[in-house]
Write a protein that binds this ligand. Structure first.
Ligand SMILES: Cc1ncc(COP(=O)(O)O)c(C=O)c1O
Length: 400
C-alpha cells in the first residue's frame, strides 16, 4: 500500500514539540518561539516591486527548466563577484528553493547503496534526502573542540570505495560554524584524488559575522571546482523563504541531469520569483546589510546570555542565525519526578516550565545540545533567555 521509500523517511522528530507549541499558542499561552529557520524581516521593497512588475508584464508562464537566462546570468555574475568562480549558463540550475537544489543533485549523483559523508551536527533534511536516493549516510560526529568542523583525519578515515559524495554545510545550520579557506584547502587535499562529489551548501553565506571571510569550497582549486556543486539561494540572505528560489552551480553533466529530473518534477522555479530574484541579486544591497547587522547584534546578545547561565557552554557561532549551546550538565536531572534523559526531554521541560520552544540537538545528530534560533526581536529574545535561565536554575535547585 505504501512504498518503503516513503516509509523509510524519518518523521520530523521535532513535530511533536511544535504541535504542543501550536496548541499552546492557540490556547493564548505566551510562548517564545526560538525555532524559526527564516528571517523575521519582510522581503525588501525593491524585490517586491520587481515581482509586481513581472506580473504586470505577464511574465507568468513556464520558463526554461533550469531557469531564465537573465536570472542564471545574474547568478553567474554573483558567483564571479563574491566567490571568484567562473561559470557558463549550462553550469547553473535554478530550483524551487535550495532544498530542491540539494534534492536534485543528490538524486543525480547518488545511486543505490552509495555512501554519502555527512558531518554532524547536520541539517535535518540531508540524511532523509540521501535515504530517498537509496544511498547510505555516513554520519561523522564533529567535535566541539574543533569548532564543530570536520577534520581531515575524520574525512580520510571515513572514505571507502563506496563513497560517492559529501554534504558540507558552510556556514552551518545548526552550529553556525564557518570553515576558513585553509581548513577547506586541507579537506580538498584529501578529496582531490577521490571520485567524490562535494555538495557544498552555502545558503547562509551572507550571514557571517566578526568580519570572517567566506570561502566557497569550489573556489579552493580548479580540481575542486569540477568536483563541487555549490548550493545557494535567496531564502535566507534576502528574506525570501516563501518565494522558493535556490540554485546549484556545478559541472555541466551533473547540472544537465539535475535539469532532466526537475523537468519531470516541478519544471521551473516560479517565474515571478525568478524575475524578483534578478532584482535581489543585482539591486541595492543595503537592506541585506541592515538585516545582517541586526542578526550579528542578536547573536552577540544570545551568546553572552548563554554564558551567564550556570552549566551552559557555547561555541561562538560565526554564521547563520542559530546558536547551539551545550546543555549536557542538565541531562539526568529530574523535575516533578521525571528525569531529563535527553535533549528532547529538556526541550519539553523548557516548553512546559519556561514556555520557550526550541529544537533539541538530537534532531541534528547531537544530543548534548539545543538549537536556539535568533530570528525574533531583541525584546522576545531577552524574554526567552530570561525564561530559560530561570527554568534551568530551578533544575539546579530541585535536582540532586
Ligand atoms: C542548511 C540549509 N540548507 C538548505 C535550506 C533550504 O532553503 P530553501 O528555503 O532555499 O529551500 C535550509 C533551510 O532551512 C537550510 O537551513
Amino acid at each position: 500500500m505504501h512504498s518503503d521509500r516513503i516509509n523509510n523517511i524519518g518523521e520530523s522528530q521535532t513535530a511533536k514539540i511544535a504541535a504542543i507549541a501550536i496548541q499552546m499558542k492557540r490556547d493564548k499561552v505566551d510562548v517564545v518561539d526560538l525555532t524559526v529557520g527564516e528571517p523575521d524581516f519582510p522581503t525588501p521593497l525593491n524585490i517586491k516591486k520587481a515581482a509586481i512588475e513581472a506580473i504586470n508584464k505577464d511574465l507568468t508562464r513556464y520558463t526554461l527548466i533550469p531557469g531564465t537566462i537573465e536570472l542564471r546570468q545574474a547568478i553567474i555574475n554573483k558567483l564571479k563577484k563574491d566567490n571568484d568562480l567562473e561559470y557558463d549558463l549550462d553550469n547553473i540550475i535554478v530550483s524551487s528553493g535550495a532544498k530542491q537544489s540539494i534534492f536534485n543533485v543528490v538524486l543525480t549523483v547518488v545511486g543505490k547503496d552509495d555512501e554519502v559523508i555527512i558531518p554532524a551536527p547536520y541539517w535535518v533534511s540531508y540524511p532523509e534526502i540521501v535515504s530517498i536516493a537509496e544511498g547510505k549516510s555516513v554520519i561523522i560526529s564533529t567535535e566541539e573542540k574543533h569548532g564543530f568542523k570536520l577534520t581531515t583525519r575524520q574525512l580520510q578515515d571515513n572514505i571507502t570505495a563506496k563513497t560517492r559524495a559529501i554534504i558540507l554545510c558552510n556556514p552551518s545550520n545548526p552550529t553556525g560554524a564557518v570553515y576558513s579557506k585553509s581548513e577547506l584547502e586541507a579537506l580538498a587535499e584529501v578529496l582531490e584524488n577521490e571520485n567524490i562529489i562535494v555538495i557544498s551548501d552555502e545558503i547562509y553565506e551572507k550571514l557571517i559575522y566578526d568580519n570572517t571571510e567566506f570561502c566557497s569550497f569550489a573556489s579552493v582549486s580548479p580540481i575542486m571546482k569540477n568536483k563541487t556543486v555549490v548550493i545557494n539561494g535567496l531564502s535566507k540572505a534576502y528574506a525570501m523563504t516563501g518565494w522558493r528560489i535556490g540554485y546549484a552551480a556545478g559541472e555541466k553533466g551533473i547540472i544537465k541531469r539535475a535539469s532532466k529530473l526537475q523537468g519531470h518534477c516541478t519544471t521551473n522555479a516560479p517565474s515571478i520569483s525568478q524575475y524578483a530574484s534578478i532584482e535581489a541579486l543585482e539591486g541595492p544591497q543595503d537592506e541585506i546589510e541592515n538585516m545582517h547587522q541586526e542578526f550579528e547584534k542578536r547573536r552577540d546578545f544570545v551568546y553572552s546570555k548563554l554564558w551567564e547561565m550556570d552549566g551552559v557552554s557555547c561555541t561562538k557561532p560565526q554564521g547563520a542565525f542559530y546558536v547551539f549551546p551545550n546543555i549536557s550538565t542538565y541531562l539526568n536531572k529530574s523535575y516533578n519526578g521525571s528525569t531529563i534523559r535527553n535533549s528532547y526531554d529538556l526541550a519539553h521541560y523548557l516548553l512546559e516550565e519556561a514556555r520557550v520552544i526550541l529544537i533539541p540537538g538530537a534532531a541534528f545528530g547531537s544530543d548534548n545540545h539545543i538549537r536556539i534560533s535568533y530570528t525574533t526581536s531583541m525584546e522576545r529574545l531577552g524574554e526567552g533567555m530570561n525564561r530559560i535561565e530561570s527554568a534551568l536554575k530551578k533544575l539546579n535547585t530541585t535536582s540532586k
